[in-house]
Design a binder for this molecule. Sequence first.
Ligand SMILES: Nc1ncnc2c1ncn2[C@@H]1O[C@H](COP(=O)(O)OP(=O)(O)OP(=O)(O)O)[C@@H](O)[C@H]1O
Length: 453
Amino acid sequence: MPEQDRELPSESEPLHQTLPYEHARRPGDLPTVRRFRITVLEGPGAGTIWESASDVCSIGSHPLNHFTLDDSTVSRFHCEVRIGPRGSLVKDLNSTNGVIVDGVQVVEGYLRGGSLLRLGRVVLRFDFSAETNRLQISEQTHFGSLVGTSVAMRECFALLERAAARDVTVLLEGETGTGKSQAAQAIHQASARRDKPFLVVDCGAIPPNLLESELFGHEKGSFTGAMARREGAFEEAQGGTVFLDEIGELPTELQPKLLRVLEAREIRRVGSNTYVPVDIRLIAATHRDLRAEVNTGGFRSDLFFRLAVLRIPLPALRQRPEDLPLLVEKLLASMKAAPEHTGALRTPEFFGRLQHAAWPGNVRELRNYLERCLVFEDALALSEEEAKPGATFEVDPTQPYAEQRRRVGDDFERRYLRALLEKHQGKVAQAATTAGVDRVHLYRLLRRHGIKP
Ligand SMILES: Nc1ncnc2c1ncn2[C@@H]1O[C@H](COP(=O)(O)OP(=O)(O)OP(=O)(O)O)[C@@H](O)[C@H]1O
């Protein structure tokens, strides 16, 4: 289309009417987002209008949604509408009857003012209002060890600050490497429980048969190998915080036991008949959308209700490319990189390349990539690692032995793990047998490098 024919907003039309989402223009201003409303056109509650108070609306039959639709053809967590810099996006949360936008079934799709959404037998209309909502963002550009200047990250910091100030259960949601573990630790450090223990249990890395004893402890002789009584994480953390990583992996049979901890604040050791009171704050994290698991019955709805008192999404790196310069500075500083070795990692060309990468392993992948750049003392092409699987490692005698050995070792691990998984089509148990390592250890290695099986 020729430049002069392109439709531009008229001068009388404020920009936010064209783009639903507006970044703050001056320091101290809060970013705004177009208010929107959802009207029930067909189905129970026809005529009901729901008005947004922020940038997001989840819709479903469960009371934890922003907009609850009491209809058996609507899933518990059916879909979510979110206003972002690129428009208003609706996402199906693995519902039974799907999301149909203007006659087309979508997993994710953009809405325009007047779009019709069909969820089961309910029909909704999406419209923008004339007003805007201010987004609640933090004034800070860091929380604990996490840094970020983007609106998405500062919305997240505002929620983390709220979590630190109150003793509520927190659910951290985000892809691998988005900083969930760091966020959990930072909440604990900023909370009134900071002088008490912070205990981490990775539900995805501990075999299911050992997880119960890891969490709740056991009595002597309660199973083969239980030589002595042992306290579990909840008892050990008395007065402090328990961080349950990968809570989505918690086996179904342990879910009611965790529910009891959250409801009654008590636990029962394996092999014991008595309950012991526990005083802990729980922070959980997941890389999956547990709402989708609730829809399919893989995760108990009542446990999700107790866990999701404060849900904090950690945004993916690709959704906030404006954070890259600060992140690169922070990561290079934490690697103690000498400025004379990092000139090539601060050029506009370098940042340009970083901004166009997908970063499926998020900040952890960025960190690994920068480490590789430091080993080779150059800004490597992002695809080079995959392109040259058999490349030999440069030896740099000006670097300390231990440091160089660790970096080269990390690089080897990543390549080995990728090749191993490819050979076994992502089947971790088979891959572990070939590699001659324990399955749990292999899972740990994969997670450390941000590689998904
Ligand atoms: N916003 C950020 N600022 C600075 N460092 C970050 C940020 N986000 C992540 N990191 C760094 O990235 C690495 C991975 O972070 P972390 O282990 O907390 O991610 P995670 O979401 O828990 O990953 P996983 O789900 O795989 O366990 C860490 O080195 C962490 O310090």
